[in-house]
Ligand binder design. Structure first.
Ligand SMILES: Cc1cc2nc3c(=O)[nH]c(=O)nc-3n(C[C@H](O)[C@H](O)[C@H](O)COP(=O)(O)O)c2cc1C
Length: 211
């Protein structure tokens, strides 16, 4: 039997497979499951005045790169912004959310419709009817949340920011009209430990076998 394994950048193989098909390696202990970073994560809006090392930024981006996407189209693109002037402009464009400035890194997540629509002129905004736009936003959001959860595992804080318009953000970063800015993830060392915000109970969310 041919055993293949796929390693991420650190640690043991994440997935073990054989010639008959992929087999997932179960987490050895309950403590190793994803539920811990998932439950500990909070939106962080206060950051320490401390730079995030490049290798950690690369690691969170790597986790985004590994995300699944429809037809494996991988529409996500990321712009890493460290420059103070640009972060200030992004914060202003996001309805003057001044707290964003505290985060030493902004990761701007952009969905590229060209993975699905090759030809023709396309100008995207919040009212765009293209059905492919929904798909690339969906896929990019998955990758963004990978990034957020990996940041949490590394002791970094994040906050999603999506309160802006395409028209406000695009010119700041020279983003063409056929790309769609899905969100900005602020990234840095947390300087607050907010309480968990409420979530609906599972009973409200889950139905079995039919609606
Ligand atoms: C798509 C999206 C957009 C968001 N936009 C903003 C934003 O512009 N500004 C902000 O302060 N928080 C923003 N948030 C954070 C939410 O307010 C936060 O996730 C929610 O209140 C739950 O809190 P928690 O993340 O701490 O669990 C956004 C979250 C998501 C998922």
């Amino acid at each position: 039997m041919i055993i293949t394994s796929f390693r991420c950048k650190r640690g043991e193989p994440e997935i073990a497979g054989d010639s008959e098909g992929l087999v997932r390696k179960p987490a050895d202990r309950k403590e190793e499951t994803m539920i811990h970073p998932i439950k500990n994560r909070r939106s962080i809006r206060k950051y320490r005045d401390q730079a995030v090392p490049d290798d950690l930024v690369l690691q969170v981006l790597e986790s985004a790169r590994c995300a699944p996407s429809g037809d494996n189209t991988q529409p996500w693109r990321f712009i890493v912004v460290r420059e103070e002037y640009t972060r200030q402009k992004l914060a202003e464009a996001a309805h003057k959310q001044a707290w964003m400035m505290m985060a030493p890194v902004h990761v701007v997540a952009v969905a590229d419709i060209r993975v699905r629509v090759r030809d023709g002129e396309i100008a995207l905004d919040e009212t765009s009817p293209e059905w492919e736009l929904k798909q690339i936003i969906r896929d990019t959001a998955i990758a963004m949340e990978h990034l957020v959860l990996e940041a949490e595992s590394l002791g970094l804080g994040t906050c999603w920011v999506a309160w802006f318009t395409q028209a406000a953000i695009r010119p700041l970063l020279n983003i063409p009209a056929d790309k769609y800015v899905v969100g900005i993830i602020t990234l840095g060392y947390p300087d607050e430990a907010p309480r968990a915000r409420p979530r609906k109970k599972l009973e409200e969310l889950v139905r079995y076998e039919h609606w």
